[in-house]
Design a protein around this ligand. Structure first.
Ligand code: GAL
Length: 681
């Protein structure tokens, strides 16, 4: 076993494959910061206790666990949160409808409540059998000999207790693999360590934390401008306008060329929306159409199969990476595009076979389709991200596939699925393995459904209205239509007012959220967390998959349409209802209800929340006017983070740590010479 970073040990079994997540990593580990985490003297595991079995199907590894281990992670798992006792095959799937491990972003990393993590450094579709009591141990054999057939559940469970609790990992196809053991000592530190090993958490551009609106995919330039004006006229805060497939001459596959007939003056659109305070984000995917100017260049550096008659560039080959990046830089980023929506990189063979490339297909790098499916999103993000970095600009973008070591990318995952509870579950569990996810809003089944969905989206990494198939904002027309003939709501202004309350809540929380992201970047601590990550010794938190921590101090428990009230578990401590101020003791489950304008939030006792006066959009010179709100007596100082919000100059020390005290004093320390936060009068 080899120490590869402070608190991380690498165990190499046999001959690992050439292509691995670490070999293709985009960022170096943050070793210095890792060294400041609690020191771990000893590896949490001793491989002498493990069994490995090379077989024709691949490699099997058995790791004995403690009875108390509860397991979480494995990437974005929309269908389940607590993985203990489950079997998950981590396959990339754009349509992950069952609890099998299929995911937009499967990540072979698992975290335990006992404060350790395991990272299987493989691009294969690894299977994790998570602490199943399946292997018969010597003790269990003896017990079952005495008590052959259990005829009541007590006996049955008594036998099960005697068998070993194992984590069985199967890595198909390989003869060897590297496994990393991540120390804690507690769960949140194990997660931080993994994120720092990945290169640290991302710090999105500040405007990326504002509200996003993606316009109808069939809109032309004038219609996009009309929507931009409409949102401003109606005082709907919005920072990012997204264009969907219609901006290109060809979209399935993509040309990356503006469609003249719909968008005759793209530069004017970029400039005009910019003047109104918007950032423009473009939808695309990487399957490159024969009419694209980069098609010929990409031909010999793409996979052997096409998708939608387009090339699949192998981004691990420098020529493909550079061709794609340079074109995007010259034609789009240099002209003012601030981000992209990297669609379809989770393409899988399950829907229609021409939507994807086969698992055994070949790529010029030597990878096969299975490996490239796993790596596709990460490499695509790296390629696009590099175009912004070249200009010393941060982006905040969207992506539909990611894998291990992805935490430094300011790209947020999304899905075509739409179950609201699954969407919230994604916010709960994305943070175990370095991912960000948005429970985006499209259409709704009722005004209540719309507002409840918008509230959850506003308290998530990306506050996204993804109206790509609705020509009006969903509060004017809540139903889904691809033909632009949806029913307009009679009382849409009233519904809009409810939605605006949620948008403004988001804008009030921008300084608080930005501080949480700065902490993510500096320490690896996820800005949104499952409660079990903060309270791993409290078994009441283990199954909580519809409430989560937003930053360190706010517990969020979204409401769902049709439910007049819901249960909320409050862990140890004292908690204040954000709206009524009512105080609750922790370690109890309460039943709460909420008006249509409220999303249940509970604030830790002693928190000073710096609430900003909502702005319509965020510029580099935006100054937030803060009103401190104290929850309890003797509030702790609030810490905020101040920088230009758009460049990487913070890496050169150009940022401030701002302290806000309960008696209303703002002080700052650091080398950034612009003031972004002032106290409201
Ligand atoms: C889907 C994507 C949607 C939307 C749509 C446009 O693949 O998930 O959000 O962008 O494409 O055709």
């Amino acid at each position: 076993m080899q120490v590869i970073a402070p608190g991380i040990w690498q165990w190499t079994i046999g001959q690992p494959e050439e292509h691995t997540p670490t070999r293709h990593r985009a960022f170096e580990p943050c070793l210095k910061t890792m060294a400041q985490l609690p020191k771990i003297e000893q590896c949490p595991f001793d491989p002498a206790n493990f069994k490995t079995k090379p077989t024709k199907r691949g490699l099997q590894i058995e790791i004995p666990l403690a009875e108390s281990d509860e397991l979480y992670g494995l990437g974005l798992q929309l269908k389940s949160h607590r993985q203990t006792g489950k079997m998950k095959k981590l396959a990339v799937n754009s349509d992950p409808v069952a609890d099998t491990g299929d995911s937009h972003a499967p990540v072979p990393v698992i975290m335990s409540t006992n404060g350790w993590g395991i990272f299987v450094n493989s691009l294969r579709y690894v299977t994790f059998q998570c602490a199943s009591n399946q292997k018969v141990s010597a003790n269990a054999k003896a017990a079952s000999a005495e008590n052959d057939i259990a005829i009541n559940t007590e006996d049955l469970y008594a036998q099960k207790q005697l068998s070993e609790k194992l984590l069985v990992i199967e890595v198909p196809h390989v003869e060897g693999v590297e496994v990393m053991f991540i120390g804690g000592p507690d769960m949140v530190n194990a997660v931080k360590r993994y994120n720092l090993y990945s290169g640290g958490g991302c710090l999105p551009s500040l405007w990326g934390l504002g509200v996003w609106y993606r316009a109808f995919g069939r809109f032309n330039q004038d219609q996009v401008m009309d929507m931009a004006k409409h949102l401003r006229d109606r005082n709907i805060p919005c920072d990012v306008l997204g264009l969907e497939p219609g901006w290109q001459t060809k979209a399935y596959s993509c040309s990356y060329v503006w469609a003249d007939e719909r968008f005759p003056q793209p530069q004017k659109l970029i400039d005009d929306t910019k003047a109104m305070g918007y950032k423009l984000n473009l939808w695309e995917h990487a399957f490159t159409h024969p009419t694209s100017p980069i098609y010929d260049e990409l031909k010999d550096v793409s996979g052997e199969y096409e998708v939608w008659k387009g090339l699949v560039p192998d981004f691990t080959i420098q020529k493909a990476f550079d061709t794609f990046a340079n074109y995007h830089d010259e034609q789009l980023v240099s002209k003012g595009i601030t981000g992209f929506k990297l669609d379809e990189c989770d393409s899988s063979d399950f829907v229609y076979s021409d939507w994807s490339f086969p698992l055994l297909s070949e790529f010029p790098s030597g990878m096969d389709g299975e490996q490239y499916h796993s790596l596709f999103g990460n490499k695509y993000m790296q390629c696009i991200d590099s175009t912004f970095r070249k200009h010393n600009l941060r982006t905040c973008s969207a992506v539909r596939n990611a894998h291990a070591l992805a935490s430094p990318f300011a790209f947020v995952l999304y899905s075509d699925l739409y179950d609201h509870k699954d969407f919230v579950r994604g916010v709960v569990n994305m943070g175990f393995t370095g991912l960000l996810w948005t429970p985006e809003v499209r259409h709704a089944t009722s005004p209540e459904d719309l507002v409840r969905r918008i509230q959850a989206a506003m308290l998530s990494p990306q506050a996204l209205i993804n109206a790509w198939y609705i020509s009006n904002p969903p509060w004017k027309q809540i139903d889904r239509t691809l033909n632009n003939d949806g029913q307009m709501m009679d009382n849409w202004e009233e519904l809009e007012a409810h939605c605006r309350v949620a948008f403004e809540l988001r804008m009030q929380l921008i300084p608080y959220l930005y501080a949480a992201f700065a902490e993510y970047q500096q320490t690896g601590k996820p800005p949104f967390r499952a409660l079990v990550m903060d309270w791993p010794n409290d078994s009441e938190t283990y199954n909580l998959d519809s409430q989560y921590m937003c930053g360190d101090d706010i517990l969020v428990a979204p409401m769902f349409a049709g439910e007049a009230h819901r249960e909320v578990y409050l862990p140890e401590g004292r908690w204040h209802d954000y709206y009524s101020g009512k105080v609750y003791d922790g370690k109890q489950t309460i039943t709460v209800t909420a008006t249509l304008d409220q999303i249940p939030m509970f604030v830790k006792d002693g928190t000073l929340l710096p609430l900003a006066k909502p702005v319509q959009h965020i510029e580099t010179d935006t100054v937030f006017e803060l009103t401190p709100r104290c929850f309890g007596e003797n509030c702790r100082d609030a810490k905020l983070y101040e920088d230009d919000g758009v460049t990487f100059d913070h890496q050169l020390g150009k940022f401030n740590t701002v302290t806000l005290t309960a008696n209303g004093k703002l002080t700052r320390e650091g080398d950034f010479d612009q003031v972004r936060y002032v106290l409201a009068d």
